[in-house]
Design a protein around this ligand. Structure first.
Ligand SMILES: Cc1ncc(COP(=O)(O)O)c(C=O)c1O
Length: 472
């Protein structure tokens, strides 16, 4: 039994020195009830997605074979906020609100004058931010009568998030996993199976797109662009199946904004507001999830530096062309206005599998064009060195994708110190790296290659978009 002296001890145990708090936590009752739609505030509206046959903007009827009407509506909505269904909130409450940390030990280790905070999305059951949209997508599909979803996955984070969501909501799930990751990450594969989904390496023999690629390149390592082609073909060919995408689309970025909304409230608890907001970018969903609610403040007049971090092996934002391009390799998707390296570009098999995508979300491209965000690209050995420093100070072993945001944060802290300024930096730690030990093994064995995309390969790959419509 607890007596008053125990209570006094316990109370002393949880007291923190003023200003020295490490974790900033919200109650379950403080979970955001709405997603934030940045389209309502953007100074320049993103250009429409086009039908490749007609060159006209795609309409709901074009998308209906692949997506439920509610998500099609969210894709084009200009409402500032969209209510989160109770059933989705109930599943979110398994891990949300996620914690926000002050990275004191990291600050000390690098001797910076800046304050570093991070929002940790790795506490979700699949280990990343991805279920924020997977649960919502599974919910709307089930509500509109679909019984099966098909999708692609790179590193396996998205595939496991969708498998998890389908299991909880009650849908079948088929995952096409980029072959190189399928081979590098057998444990992610098993996690996907544990949640009841069917999984095949992509390119596979199961679709026309997969077979065509295997015929030309029998040992293709695969790419997200190829896996998307397979998953779209699967969904288009079956009435019971819809396609589900883990990034890039407006509605996916929308669902991730619970991250930034929570972080705004948590920064207030910390009595702080970020000068710099940082995220890694594959298709752009975790970056958007953290950054969009802060960009709302920036558009309203607050000064914030918003930094997107990407791999030098797949430098979509820093070196890609803003153009109309297909979202997939086999040209099955509509034409998307985005920074792109070309739809048949196959990035080098770097270990941040989730950042190996030739394009990026159109919303993020438009924000870059409007100068509201900026981007940097890093080499993988530098990124892993930052990841190991982070693990050795804050304890959490980051996913290689998220480690790009850590590396970006260290660059931002260094720049602040060099400028003699004390800045508040907030980054998104989008996932843990417990299924990425093979990548860490290679790093410690000195086997990671630093690959920066070569100019010739870039020109070749960009040749694939010649003749497509150009954005206005
Ligand atoms: C942990 C983690 N972070 C980031 C990403 C990149 O995706 P996005 O840019 O959509 O957040 C991925 C993709 O798989 C991921 O697994």
């Amino acid at each position: 039994m607890l007596n008053s002296s125990h209570i006094a001890l316990y109370a002393r145990g949880v007291q923190t020195r003023a200003g020295s708090q490490t974790k900033f936590l919200l109650q379950e009752s403080e979970l955001p009830r709405r997603w934030y739609n940045i389209r309502s505030d953007m100074p320049t509206a993103p250009q429409p997605v086009l039908h490749p046959g007609t060159g006209e903007p795609v309409g709901p009827d074009d998308l209906a074979p692949l997506f439920p009407m509610e998500l099609i509506g969210q894709e084009v909505s200009e409402d500032a906020e969209i209510a989160i269904p109770d059933e989705v909130l109930e599943i979110y409450s398994l891990w949300r609100p996620t914690p926000l940390f002050r990275a004191r030990r990291l600050e000390e280790a690098i001797g910076t004058r800046s304050r570093i905070f991070y929002k940790y999305e790795g506490v979700s059951p699949p280990g990343s931010h991805k279920p924020n949209t997977a649960v919502a997508q599974a919910f709307y599909n089930k509500q509109e009568g679909r019984t099966r979803l098909s999708t692609e996955t790179g590193a396996g984070q998205w595939g496991s998030a969708l498998a998890f969501a389908c299991k909880l909501i009650g849908l079948e799930c088929k995952v096409y996993m980029v072959r190189i990751s399928y081979e590098q990450k057998p444990n992610r594969r098993s996690l996907i199976q544990a949640w009841g989904a069917e999984i095949v390496p992509s390119p596979s023999e199961e679709t026309q797109s997969g077979r065509a690629i295997l015929e030309e390149h029998p040992s293709s390592p695969g790419s997200l662009g190829i896996a998307i082609s397979e998953a779209v073909e699967d969904a288009a060919g079956r009435e019971d199946t819809a396609y589900s995408l883990g990034s890039v689309l407006n509605h996916v970025l929308l669902h991730q904004t619970v991250i930034g909304q929570e972080a705004l409230a948590q920064m207030e608890l910390a009595d702080a507001f970020p000068d710099v907001v940082i995220g890694c970018v594959g298709g752009g969903s975790n970056f958007a999830g953290l950054a969009f609610p802060f960009l709302r403040e920036k558009i309203a007049g607050r000064e914030i530096d918003v930094l997107a971090c990407e791999p030098a092996a797949c430098p979509t934002l820093t070196r890609g062309l803003f153009a109309y391009d297909f979202g997939d390799t086999s040209k099955l998707t509509p034409l998307v206005p985005m920074h792109t390296l070309g739809h048949d570009f196959v990035p080098a098999p770097i270990h941040a599998g989730g950042l190996r995508y030739h394009g990026v979300a159109p919303l993020i491209s438009q924000l870059l064009l409007d100068g509201l965000i900026r981007a940097e690209a890093y080499l993988q050995n530098d990124v892993f060195a930052s990841a190991v420093l982070f693990a050795g100070t804050e304890g959490i072993l980051p996913a290689p994708e998220a480690a790009h945001a850590i590396h970006g944060t260290l660059q931002a802290a260094k720049a602040a110190d060099e400028a003699g300024e004390e800045r508040t930096i907030l980054f998104n730690l989008s996932g843990h790296g417990h299924f990425d030990m093979g990548a860490y093994d290679s790093y410690f064995a000195g086997k990671l290659e630093d690959v920066a995309l070569d100019e010739d390969e870039m020109s070749r790959a960009l040749g694939a978009i010649e003749g497509l419509p150009t954005p206005a």
